[in-house]
Design a protein around this ligand. Structure first.
Ligand code: ADP
Length: 884
């Protein structure tokens, strides 16, 4: 025991354990020489996650110390792996030059890198927001949940509230948190893991802060101080909104704690986080996690990437902030026709003028990621390259403004007003800094010649110094007649004269020996030493001067963050609008009319993603007309038809058109009128939910329940194959009842693709339901899917044709045909016999499945009544009763 204490009780281990105690959840990395080292369990984690070798110190002691390390220059490549594995990383750096340190090098915690507070790490995805989400609780039943979402990498900060688990899940699905911050008591509660699993498809890394950090009074004070406002009312956080203030303050505290940890002077604030916007429910089209996943809006269902998504298909933006804003618009479309129209006006104006649009997009091509750049400025992480990029972007912003001109619609006009902030700054940066400065700011080489007289003087001294050295070498060599004499420099010993060993006897007396190498000796002379002092000094001073000039520019940028970030936001808006216009023009999309009606009228609509894959000419456009305002109109369509005919494509494209239109985009159709929707619900296919340990059918019913409980007359519901996960009777009965409920009670617009042919009977006595099918052409034995949606019910299911197309052996296909024919014959006979009775009771026609005879029936048919004794008759009756 005592031994173990001693092996861990070195000054270095003490430094490590101190940092670990402060951040027990983080992998602590200590800078030692050229490496970042981890110890004990952290070493094991580092080795496992980053694939580096695990070694041990004090191997022979009973308590060896595990160690693993990564070279300091490769930290940036390893950080994303650690973050992706759900780890936080606490970095302990050397705070003094090891060469100058007396004894143990002074080290300190310089930053804690967490997935939700990234600013400059390579783990950030350029095209996606990175939200730290703080929740005051997980249970809306106890109190209203305050939700704050902070993207430290851009400064965007929103608050909203949730009154129940459903609202909370909706918000979380939209925000896709990179990290979730909870009050410590909630984090530690035993029900929390289960609650979270129900709220989110994948639970992000968790963090917590103690109760005091969520105290409303303190929270309000902290927010007001940090955001420099007298009252929070301007952010929409009123006197009754303690839960919002608490969540926002906790998020801000956690982020500044992570970014500022140990930062000397505490200069790194969050100056780019300037305001909070409050989201109010009702102003937006709400999309739950299922809908986002089923329709593959931002991420595909296979690997979570952008490939094959709606976003990928429509993204024509030229900047990363533009791409992020487009994703935000799709993630949270609007629900107010007037606000939607403002976006459509701007897109339409840009569609109409190819020249202007091209000029704007050309200028946008030289815009850098201003939002993230300013976050680095605000948190003291910006280098000279960032400032040069800022200047370039500002120059481009002015060009964008000029290209838009003065007669643009409101949204573009508003953007133009912000596009030319801080006159002079861009010019001063461009004039001062070289075009491609090095990444490090302390090694010089940042500032142009001719900008600063002092710097020029110091540089001249340096340049002259090299001339002087050449002359000095020539002079000394001539004086002692040693032609092999060379003057050199290295960072440890400074300047030296080098001579081969063989010349040792002829060395002049004023040479002082400094270092011995294998074949050479190195010397110094008083004259060379004096030169060294002068030069090193000049170099040091010139680097310091460069740094000061750089800091001056950076301070100006920092002081102008409000204007600069308004400019960055305006550029993102212009980029999204111009991108949507480019798309609408090149893909031939139309401006939808979005109004307060409950009509959904699409003419010649297409699926934006499928069309892109198979080509504009090959996609068969289809109409859709639903109207929930009037009982005589159709509001629900039942779509039957063979597999692979295009049912899913059709119903999805309609949902996508609604989402696109309400996000502000044009839509893939010839003409469109869309009565604004409050929610789009989808229930599509059998998702792979094994990871959540729920049976497929359970998932299907949970999704359906959510729809039936939450859909309103303003919603659009899209159902694809409900009831497949259970027996046919069960499935059909459920599908039937669900459709009735949607039509009779919810009275919303709905599309239901199903293989239950029986469902087409629903349209017989309901004017609000119509049947649609997909046209099929049959030639001899071949089926051709025309992908054209037409009124009516599918004639048959063509499953056997599809099986043949898929390569099922010919013998099996032939036998299946035989079985089908005999079943069909039987079905027709029975249907004929039973039709009047079934009609009378209003029962569903399920005759095919009744064709299998009950054994009691068979027994009864076989009995010869004239051949039974009374006792036998009684026994038979008992037997039949048992069988029934
Ligand atoms: P279903 O839901 O009826 O089984 P899908 O909607 O999955 O059929 O469509 C099957 C395939 O048919 C799609 O992958 C697509 O390639 C093609 N398809 C669907 N709709 C169309 C269309 N309108 N025009 C052209 N091809 C289409």
């Amino acid at each position: 025991m005592s031994k173990s204490t001693s092996s861990h009780d070195t000054p270095m281990m003490r430094q490590y354990l101190e940092a670990k105690a402060e951040h027990p959840e983080a992998v602590v990395l200590m800078r030692m020489g050229d490496f970042y080292e981890a110890f004990l369990t952290d070493a094991e984690e580092l080795s496992r996650i980053c694939g580096v070798t695990l070694t041990s110190r004090n191997k022979d002691s009973p308590d060896p110390i595990m160690m693993a390390g990564v070279p300091h220059h490769s930290l940036q490549t390893h950080l994303p792996k650690l973050l992706a594995a759900g780890k936080k990383v606490a970095v302990v750096d050397q705070l003094e030059d090891p060469a100058l340190a007396k004894g143990l090098v002074k080290r300190g915690l310089t930053r804690v890198i967490t997935p939700g507070t990234l600013v400059d790490e390579s783990g950030l995805e350029a095209q996606a927001a990175n939200h730290l989400v703080a929740l005051t609780a997980l249970d809306g039943a106890v109190s209203i949940v305050g939700i704050a979402a902070l993207d430290v990498s851009t400064g965007r900060f929103t608050v909203e509230e949730a009154r129940d688990a459903g609202e909370l899940a909706l918000a979380l699905a939209r925000l896709a948190p990179a990290e979730l911050l909870l009050p410590a008591a909630v984090r530690e509660h035993e029900d929390t893991p289960e609650r979270l699993a129900r709220l989110l498809p994948t639970v992000p890394p968790l963090a917590s802060l103690a109760a005091y950090a969520w105290q409303p009074a303190d929270a309000r004070r902290h927010l007001a101080e940090t955001l420099k406002v007298g009252s929070l009312d301007g952010f929409g956080i009123g006197p009754g909104d303690d839960h919002l203030a608490a969540a926002a303050a906790a998020a801000l505290r956690y982020a500044s704690g992570a970014l500022r940890a140990g930062h000397e002077g505490g200069a790194a604030g969050l100056g780019h986080v300037r305001s909070i916007s409050r989201l109010v429910r009702g102003g937006h089209l709400e999309l739950d996690a299922n809908c986002r996943r089923n329709l593959e809006l931002l991420k595909n269902a296979r690997d979570g990437s952008r490939r094959g998504t709606l976003l990928e298909a429509i993204d024509r933006t030229r900047t990363a902030p533009g791409a992020r804003l487009l994703a935000a618009w799709i993630a949270h479309p609007l629900a107010d026709p007037a606000a939607i129209s403002v976006r459509h006006d701007a897109v339409g104006w840009l569609v109409a003028d190819d020249g202007r649009r091209a000029a704007i997009r050309e200028a946008l091509g030289s815009v850098y990621d201003g939002e993230r750049l300013l976050a680095r400025v605000a948190t003291d992480r910006a280098n000279a390259r960032d400032l040069v990029q800022l200047a370039t972007s500002l120059g481009a912003a002015a060009q964008v403004a000029a290209a838009i001109g003065t007669d643009a619609p409101a949204m573009l006009d508003g953007a133009v007003a912000a596009l030319e902030p801080v006159p002079g700054l861009a010019d001063d940066i461009a004039r001062t800094l070289v075009e491609a400065p090095p990444l490090a700011i302390s090694d010089g080489g940042l500032v142009r010649d001719g900008v600063d007289a002092d710097l020029d003087e110091l540089r001249r001294l340096n340049r002259d110094a090299s001339d002087w050295l050449a002359a000095y070498q020539a002079r000394e060599a001539a004086a002692c007649g040693l032609t092999k004499l060379k003057v050199g420099f290295n960072s440890v010993f400074g300047y030296f004269i080098e001579l081969p060993k063989s010349a040792a006897e002829r060395v002049p007396p004023h040479f002082v020996r400094k270092q011995t190498l294998v074949n050479a000796e190195r010397y110094i002379t008083p004259e060379l030493k004096e030169h060294e002092d002068k030069v090193l000094h000049a170099e040091e001073r010139s680097r310091a001067r460069e740094l000061a000039l750089f800091h001056g520019l950076r301070a100006r940028a920092e002081a102008a963050i409000p204007e600069l970030s308004a400019c960055a936001t305006a550029l993102a808006i212009v980029d999204v609008l111009a991108g949507l216009a480019e798309l609408a023009r090149s893909a031939v999309w139309c401006r939808p009319q979005v109004d307060d009606s409950t009509v959904l009228d699409l003419r010649e609509s297409r699926h934006p993603v499928v069309e892109r894959v198979i080509g504009h000419g090959s996609f068969v456009a289809n109409d859709c007309l639903l109207d929930a305002s009037d009982d005589r109109m159709t509001r629900l369509a039942v779509i039957t038809g063979p597999n692979m005919a295009g049912k899913s494509t059709y119903i999805r494209q309609i949902a996508l058109c609604v989402i696109l239109a309400q996000a502000g985009s044009f839509v893939p159709a010839r003409e469109a009128r869309i009565g604004v929707c409050d929610r789009v619900f989808t229930r599509v296919g059998a998702g792979d939910e094994l990871s959540r340990n729920l049976s497929t059918f359970m998932v299907e019913m949970a999704e359906t329940a959510a729809i039936l409980n939450h859909a309103t007359p303003r919603s659009l519901v899209v159902l694809d194959e409900v009831g497949r996960g259970t027996s046919t009777f069960d499935g059909l009965s459920l599908a039937w009842a669900i459709t009735e409920h949607l039509h009779d009670r919810t009275r919303c617009r709905a599309l239901f693709a199903t293989h239950y042919h029986e469902m087409t009977d629903l349209a017989d006595d309901r004017a609000g339901i119509c049947n649609l099918t997909v046209a099929v052409a049959e030639q001899d034995d071949d089926v051709v899917f025309l992908h054209r949606i037409v009124p009516g019910a599918a004639a048959k299911s063509y499953g056997i044709h599809v099986a043949r197309l898929a390569g099922v052996p010919a013998t099996v296909v032939a036998r299946a045909r035989e079985v089908l024919e005999s079943l069909a014959r039987l079905n027709t006979e029975l249907a004929e016999a039973e039709r009047p009775a079934a009609r009378a009771t209003g029962a569903v026609q399920l005759t095919l499945w009744q064709a299998v005879e009950h054994p009691a029936m068979a027994k009864l048919k076989a009995v010869d009544l004239d051949d039974l004794s009374p006792k036998q008759a009684l026994e038979l009756l008992y037997a039949l009763k048992r069988m029934a």
